[in-house]
Design a protein. Structure first.
Length: 186
């Protein structure tokens, strides 16, 4: 099973109609579309990406599916946006997804970075409701990817010592496959 399929399976079993969710790295919009389907007409999704082309791609997918009314699209850095959401959304979000790295088929110099991701993850814990789910997929095979993956691992290990449930999924591979971290807030 691909890691994206694993995330979708986890979230299918976790999300309910009316929930609120965040796609912190909208990319081409597949996870945002999936989240919008899961939360139903009474739910809400916030989709964030630093690249305008990612937001446009996500909007096109949502428009085609007739689900744009369930999603707020934000073009900005995930850490900045999440920080702004704390006051109104503290412990109200059922699930947050991150698919780190760069947008496939775009400028590879525009990518997530360890420092910003570390801040975004810390804020995510504050946004998640008790029992909320945080899914983070890291890619180690590109410039900066290994450092970001190490930052995510350190964050997850620390979160585990703080009482949150953390699982790690690494596909079998001879090179550096992506890693999926799943945290359930205590």
């Amino acid at each position: 099973m691909r890691l994206t399929e694993k995330v979708h399976t986890i979230l299918t079993n976790h999300l309910q109609q009316g929930d609120q969710a965040i796609d912190a790295t909208a990319g081409n919009g597949y996870d945002t579309l999936f989240l919008a389907e899961q939360v139903g007409p009474s739910g809400k999704v916030i989709a964030i990406d630093i690249q305008d082309c990612a937001i446009r791609s996500t909007q096109e997918k949502l428009d085609s599916a007739g689900l744009i009314d369930r999603v707020r699209l934000v073009a900005d850095d995930h850490a900045l946006v999440l920080r702004k959401l704390i006051e109104a959304n503290r412990e109200k979000i059922a699930a947050i997804t991150f698919n780190l790295g760069y947008l496939p088929g775009s400028d590879k110099s525009i990518q997530t970075h360890a420092e910003s991701t570390e801040e975004a993850l810390a804020v995510s814990i504050q946004l998640l409701c008790p029992g909320g789910c945080l899914c983070v997929t890291t890619y180690r095979g590109h410039s900066g990817g290994a450092a970001e993956a190490e930052t995510v691992e350190a964050f997850m290990r620390k979160s585990q010592t703080e009482g949150h449930t953390v699982d790690c999924y690494i596909p079998e591979s001879s090179n550096s496959p992506p890693i999926l971290w799943v945290l359930k807030k205590s």
